[in-house]
Design a protein around this ligand. Sequence first.
Ligand code: PMP
Length: 303
Amino acid sequence: MAEPYSRVFFGDRIVDADQAKLGVATSAMLYGLSVYTVFPVQVDGGTRSVFRLADHFQRLVESCKIIGIDRFAGEWDFERFAAATRELVAENDPQRDVFVRASVHVDESIPGTRVRGCGITVSMFVYDAVPIVPQDGMRLKTSQWRRIPDDAIPSRAKVNGAYVNSVLAKQDAIDAGYDDAIFLDTQGHVCELSAANIFLVRGGTVVTPDVSSDILDGINRRTILTLAAEDGIPVVERAVDLTELYIADEVFVTGTSAGVSPVIEVDGRAVGDGRPGPISGALRKRHTAALRTDVEHGWVTPI
Ligand code: PMP
């Protein structure tokens, strides 16, 4: 991640980045007990817009609900969240596209491993929108680390502590010379990457693991499913075997920080002819346009 811009939302106001600090004894620090989301802000000359802000807020609410962070829903509603976003972005006045990372931290000191009733602090910061994976064709490796199952730490909840699982997989993939890792579940079905959802295309049909496959219900995943269906491309959400990726015509990934990006190699096997494919390319273009100009779905909000 790039450095945060200088002004940060922390608690109930905007402060300088070096003032936005959580204590060493907070549950956020001790147990990774924070939930978060990252959403994009598009900057076009004098205008700025956010993409699917209400969906990001809703996912944050749901992450809190799953984990048991019960004060967030009482203290925050979408209007407050949108107002904080607007103020934060205006204060930092970015001149190019940025991401905003919004987190709900459990900031009580040493309450033990519990959560309900604990105090929270919300933080939001802005950083340059630099993709976390190559955009012109990435190489993936299946991880030896399995995705944490829903009945251990749910991937559906975007909880900081769970990202140790992603760090293990991503670092090993990088060390082995790959761009990112593919997580399998304990049965061997495909889940997702360290921080992106995965799709394959075979015989003109777009296939992706369903939401009960130990994945994050990615907002860009939902976007691609909607856009593909509207373009008349058949889409199927179901359990996916690893070997389906090996014989796919195309593979691509989605995520706020990953974009809609083609995969050209999986475990040493070329995907299709080893070059980004036409359906991935068309969906990437549709997604790029939707990020800035969507009107029909109400996804874009000027801020
Ligand atoms: N899976 C994981 C594990 C992630 O961290 C992310 C990034 N938030 C995604 C998928 C993609 O989600 P989204 O499209 O909402 O950014």
